[in-house]
Design a protein around this ligand. Structure first.
Ligand SMILES: NC(=O)c1ccc[n+]([C@@H]2O[C@H](COP(=O)([O-])OP(=O)(O)OC[C@H]3O[C@@H](n4cnc5c(N)ncnc54)[C@H](O)[C@@H]3O)[C@@H](O)[C@H]2O)c1
Ligand SMILES: O=P(O)(O)OC[C@@H](O)[C@@H](O)[C@H](O)[C@H](O)CO
Length: 387
């Protein structure tokens, strides 16, 4: 009997990364989404194609053998699937974890199989599975919380592959970069052992991997997106072709590299090779990624543990330079009222209605006593003055 994986999110990463590798590992994937058009397309097409792009050309793989359920309309069916499944993964965005937790909690609670369910959140966030786990606990009856660990095991992950928004006529097909990295904690699985998924690199300590990824790939990407947006450039590869902004991105990544090297014992040489690889990846014109996608959700990106304030606060605590990162923060603050991005509208409102000090606290969660705080207040004042 095929192993069953329940994948929340039939979007770019759900189809173009997670499902591709789960299918290759022999899982039957059950997609869960809330958007009718996504579910209808998955239910009426028995396969879709993932085209991997690299400098060597393109390679197309076909994903088959999946099912799809709309959790907005059929949550009882989702609960039944989770009760029997081997694995739950998700790629819905960190802010959506609280919405998928209730149905997962009910499915876990209904389990009678002896093997615990493996749960791996595949989001760009530090400790995303821990966050989901906490929401699941909150949605579990108090007398069942203690035994939850016998029914499900939770492992954090770091996930890296650039999947741009796909053209409207692409249907379910996804065009992505060939490069990928999927790193998952193995310790939570204990004696049961981790799921058998060859694409995953299993590690005991995820912190160096997720911080290196978020504070290099995503810090660099977001820096390019916000500088590019404010310079009137649409595509990420065009931003990186601009010598001035490319130098800025490199300068920012030099600062986050200092933190990664100091904190995780990665050598400077190794980190700089990594940085150069990332700059080449995000410069790839074949990916046709937009500044609006990469800059999406600025409130999340400006938050305390995220790609700018996360490294800048730690650098400031160590007395190391973080001025280049503050430049990225200033550019992010100007990503306002972007069509289709609710957080960019909320950002504009916050900057208009609050004092610079209150806006800094609300946006970044920094304590006024933190060494980074006055520097962010300065940037907030500048953004307010130009707004
Ligand atoms: N695209 C990338 O390059 C990339 C790479 C690595 C990690 N990620 C991360 O992966 C996650 C997903 O990103 P994406 O680019 O695939 O976004 P996406 O918008 O393409 O996909 C998200 C999907 O989640 C669905 N969804 C929303 N609410 C839901 C709910 N309550 N239940 C079930 N499904 C729901 C949406 O309908 C959509 O289909 C994010 O955390 C992102 O940071 C993205
Ligand atoms: O997905 P976000 O909004 O956290 O960040 C946007 C991009 O930087 C991101 O999706 C990258 O493409 C991805 O993290 C590459 O692995």
């Amino acid at each position: 009997m095929a192993k069953i994986a329940i994948q929340f999110g039939g979007g770019n990463i759900g189809r173009g990364f997670v499902a591709e590798f789960l299918h290759e590992a022999g899982y039957e994937v059950v997609f869960i989404d809330v958007v009718d058009s996504v579910i209808d397309a998955l239910q009426s097409n028995s396969s879709y194609q993932v085209t991997e792009v690299s400098e060597k050309g393109e390679e197309t793989k076909t994903v088959t053998g999946y099912r799809a359920i709309n959790s907005k309309k059929e949550d009882a069916a989702v609960i039944d699937e989770i009760a029997k499944a081997d694995l739950v993964t998700c790629a819905v965005g960190p802010n959506i974890l609280k919405f998928i937790a209730p149905v997962i909690a009910k499915g876990i609670d209904k389990r009678t199989v002896s093997k615990p369910l493996a749960v791996i959140a595949c989001e760009n966030a530090i400790g995303a599975t821990d966050t989901l786990h906490a929401f699941i606990k909150n949605n579990t009856d108090s007398d069942r919380v203690e035994s939850l660990s016998s029914r499900a095991q939770f492992a954090n992950s770091a996930i890296d592959r650039i999947v741009p928004n796909q053209p409207p006529n692409a249907g379910l097909n996804v065009k992505i970069e060939k490069f990928y990295e999927w790193v998952v904690e193995q310790t939570p699985f204990g004696e049961v052992g981790h799921p058998d998924i060859p694409a995953i690199h299993w590690v005991d300590n995820l912190a160096p991997y997720i911080e290196r990824k978020l504070f290099t790939v995503n810090t660099g990407h977001a820096t390019a997106a916000y500088y590019g947006y404010n310079a009137g450039i649409d595509m990420i590869y065009e931003v990186l072709a601009n010598e001035r902004i490319r130098a800025i991105v490199k300068g920012v990544l030099k600062q986050t590299a200092a933190l990664i090297v100091a904190k995780h014992g990665i050598s400077e040489e190794e980190q700089m090779v990594y940085v150069n690889t990332i700059i080449n990846r995000i410069s790839n014109p074949q990916l046709e990624d937009t500044v609006v996608r990469v800059g999406r959700a600025p409130l999340r990106k400006l938050s305390r543990n995220e790609r700018f304030i996360g490294p800048a606060s730690q650098l400031a605590e160590r007395g190391l330079p973080c001025d280049a990162l503050l430049g990225s923060v200033e550019m992010a603050l100007l990503f306002q009222n972007v069509r289709g991005d609710d957080e960019s509208v909320e950002l504009a409102k916050i900057l208009q209605e609050l004092s610079a000090e209150d806006a800094t606290s609300k946006l970044t969660g920094l304590e006024p006593t933190h060494p980074l705080y006055p520097h962010v207040v300065e940037r907030v004042k500048k953004a307010q003055a130009s707004g």
